[in-house]
Design a protein around this ligand. Structure first.
Ligand code: NAD
Ligand code: MG
Length: 394
């Protein structure tokens, strides 16, 4: 029986992973080692009981007694806090889903790679903050990282049987998010509610806002560079409002291989779960005659400073990704709290990268986990200071 763990089981990707497991037979078909969640202890306990997990871990130490109570008599062990989360990743499992949101997903992912698992990686922040480190850990321990981000799963699938050296370009599709048809002048006034109205994908709150600002696509461009090892100038972004082409690979003979499917994350989660085979998945089938047209347009960089910043981060590499991601996470929190405007997210992140120029070290150096964590902390502090400074000046 295959063993598996899910980090971030109570989130959007986590729930869809659980859905596929339950449909495939749940505890009768898989040995579930660890399930982790954040604050939704009721749901975490419920899924841990249903899937007969060995251990359930919640993010905050203060949740331990409630989680214990909810699991009483179930045979599932309860644990809490970041160290317990990392220890859960030390429990060997054949397949590990990394679906925590944000930089908190990095340590469990790195620890899971150390016992040679397949790591299904939804947590793109791991590759953005510590790409070279993650890839080197996988190599050292004979572990396999499979992308779960829909674009990267599409690219991975379009590369099967091909030589990466024959790739000319990788074309990432972007829906453009909730605000794609707003006039540029109006974006500064966009509210959280406006930015959450994603046209195609139902996802967690943070990634939905990041889709509207294209910070999500900026992270994905960096993720592409780190995972597939192509050069930044080979990576393009195109707005494709229908979200039916999940991304494309262009080869040196001019051929482009595209991956199409309904906008349903269970495509890429299921591909990673069943890899290298394909199994039936409960996703909608496309009716191409009914769809009739697919449209594309170039992204306007004035609307999306994040895309320009991603280029700077890739040119610099090293610790720039860790600073970029941490500053972005703080800017997003400030926007969610109504403390800064929608377009301020880009300018705060840009100001943090400028202020930290001297802290980011040599270009292209291989960072350690400690370096990444130190830069992450510093970038969070700088982002807070910069945003407060502006609020004071306003
Ligand atoms: P989500 O917010 O719905 O869920 C995140 C999960 O992480 C939850 O279980 C939450 O409790 C947990 N969590 C949050 N903070 C934590 C912390 N500090 N420590 C431990 N656990 C914590 O997020 P999501 O939309 O499922 O996204 C998860 C990851 O997958 C992100 O990296 C995102 O970019 C990526 N992703 C998501 C989608 C999608 O469709 N939702 C698509 C592609 C990639
Ligand atoms: Mg994506």
């Amino acid at each position: 029986m295959r063993s598996l763990s899910i980090f971030g089981a109570t989130g959007s990707v986590g729930e869809q992973t659980v859905d596929l497991l339950v449909r495939a037979g749940g505890a009768e078909a898989y040995r579930v080692v660890a399930l982790t969640g954040g604050r939704n202890l009721a749901r975490l306990a419920e899924m841990a009981r249903d899937l007969r997990a060995e251990v359930a871990v919640c993010a905050e130490a203060s949740g331990l007694s409630e989680l214990r109570e909810r699991l009483a008599g179930s045979g599932v062990a309860a644990a809490a806090g970041p160290e317990a989360m990392a220890e859960a990743a030390d429990r060997p499992a054949d397949w590990v889903m990394s679906a925590i949101v944000g930089a908190a997903g990095l340590v469990p992912g790195v620890r899971a790679l150390r016992h040679g698992s397949v790591l299904a990686l939804a947590n793109k922040e791991s590759l953005v903050t510590a790409g070279p480190l993650l890839m080197a850990e996988a190599e050292r321990h004979g572990a396999r990282i499979l992308p779960v981000d829909s674009e990267h799963s599409a690219i991975f699938q379009a590369l099967v049987g091909e030589d990466i050296a024959a790739v000319e370009r990788i074309i990432l599709t972007a829906s453009g998010g909730a605000l794609r048809d707003w006039p540029l002048e109006a974006l500064a006034r966009a509210t959280v509610k406006d930015a959450l109205a994603h046209p195609n994908w139902a996802m967690g709150q943070r990634i939905t806002i990041d889709s509207a600002s294209m910070f999500n696509k900026a992270l994905e461009v960096i993720e592409t560079r780190e995972f597939f090892g192509v050069s930044p100038d080979q990576i393009e972004v195109i707005i494709h409002p229908e979200s039916l082409i999940h991304s494309m690979v262009g080869y040196r003979d001019g051929a482009i291989i595209a991956h199409l499917g309904a906008p349903d994350m269970r495509h890429s989660i299921g591909y990673a779960l069943n890899w290298p085979e394909r199994s039936h998945l409960p996703v909608a089938r496309l009716d191409l005659a009914q769809i009739a047209t697919l449209t594309f347009r170039a992204p306007d960089l004035a609307r999306y400073p994040a895309l320009r910043l991603a280029r700077e981060v890739m040119a610099r590499r090293g610790l720039a990704g860790a600073a970029f991601n941490a500053a972005k996470e703080v800017a997003l929190d400030l926007f969610l709290d109504g403390r800064i405007g929608f377009m301020d997210m880009g300018s705060v992140v840009e100001a943090v990268l400028e202020a930290m120029d001297a802290d980011l070290g040599r270009e292209n150096a291989m960072p350690t986990l400690e370096d990444v964590q130190a830069v992450d902390h510093l970038a969070r502090r700088r982002a807070g200071e910069i945003a407060r400074g502006r609020a004071g000046a306003a």
